[in-house]
Structure formats: C-alpha cells, structure tokens
Design a protein around this ligand. Sequence first.
Ligand SMILES: Cc1cc2nc3c(=O)[nH]c(=O)nc-3n(C[C@H](O)[C@H](O)[C@H](O)COP(=O)(O)O)c2cc1C
Length: 211
Amino acid sequence: MTTVLYITANPNDASMSYSKAVGDTFIKAYQQSNPEHEVITVDLYASYIPYIDSEVFAGWGKLQSGSDFTALTASEQKKVQRLDALCSQFIEADKYVIASPLWNLSIPPILKAYFDAVAVAGKTFKHTEQGAVGLLAGKKALHIQASGGVYSHGPGADKEMGHRYVKTILTFFGVEDLRGLFVEGHDQMPDRKEDIKTEAEQQAQDLAKTF
Ligand SMILES: Cc1cc2nc3c(=O)[nH]c(=O)nc-3n(C[C@H](O)[C@H](O)[C@H](O)COP(=O)(O)O)c2cc1C
C-alpha cells in the first residue's frame, strides 16, 4: 500500500497557519483521489522529537562499541529508540508532504531536529568513495512553505534557506521528484492575503490529482 507521510512543523492549527491550511487542503484532495492510500500525519509540535545531544552520543557510542541495548541508561534508550523509530517510519513511506513556515529565512528548529533524526548513514544515504549517495530513490515529495514575503522568485530568492534546505536534504536522500508550493507574500501585500491563500489552495487541489 502507498503510504504518505504528512509532516507539519507549526505550533498553530490550520486556522492560524497558512502552511497547515494549504497542507490540509492538499491532503483532503489527495485522499479523495487516492482513497486506498494511507496518510500518516506527523505533527512535529505534538510529537517527541529528541535532539541529538550528549545522551544520544553516549548511547550510540555504547552500541558502536558492542554493548547491549540494556547497557544504555533509561534516558539514552528512550532517545535512541525514538530516533530510530522516526527514521524507520520515514524510510517506510513512499511520499512526503511537508508543510512548514519560513522562520527567519529558514525552517523551524523542530523540522531541522526531525531531519537530523532521519538523516542516518546506511539508512537514508550512504558514503561511497565518490561521495554520499541517497538511498530513497523513487520516492516523491511536496514541500508547502508559507512566508510573509515573496522568496520563490525575485530579489528575495537568494536569501531563502527554508525550501532550499528541504529540497537539498531530500535530494541528498535520493528523492528526486520534489515540488514546492509557496503560500507567500501576505505580509508584503496584506491586501492580497485572502487571494494568496485561495490561489495556493487551488494549486494544492490541482497538484493532489497527480501527486
Ligand atoms: C519567528 C518568525 C519568523 C519569521 N521569519 C520570516 C522571514 O524570515 N521571512 C518572511 O517572509 N516571513 C517571516 N515570518 C512570517 C511567516 O513566514 C508567515 O507568517 C507565514 O505565514 C508563517 O507560516 P504559517 O502561516 O504556516 O504559520 C516569520 C514569522 C515568525 C513567527
């Protein structure tokens, strides 16, 4: 069965978030076109996403030197196990829909922590003599990004590191079919904010038919 991971990175719900509202619109339309596909929502702000910290390094270190999992402290076990589960869930999915706001020209830190959880050598990419090679070839992704200014084109494009990062890391994992959908400019053009959202929702509905 085709599995879609719908990853949202916003503490606000859809009534307060352009990226979540457009993401939800996309998922609803996608489910109408693909009722047999499974959609798993990963709401990062409602999930346990461990940072890679000293306990994680200590736990990994023990495992690498041959210790049994039970040799890890309870806290190390909890973090290492959760990071592993997040990575497995990511690998098992066929398609990714990521909805995030642009914060200070980049992604929210919880989304970076999530990518740190799933970026595992030997699982999502591997090292070769020619450089790193992605292991998730054949998967598809859509990144929906909301921003107050316009960054998908024009003078802001060079400064934008949100979609650029998501695109780069997914490409690094071998995901080549990656699209961007931008809900952008509502702070720059406040009189157009309703139109900006409506247009993005329309794009989401159209994209959902072929994604
Ligand atoms: C902490 C924070 C940082 C932001 N940084 C930027 C920014 O760098 N560029 C921009 O155009 N808008 C910025 N904004 C505005 C948001 O990108 C905009 O409100 C967007 O709609 C947020 O996505 P959301 O509606 O899904 O929450 C920022 C907003 C917040 C709260």
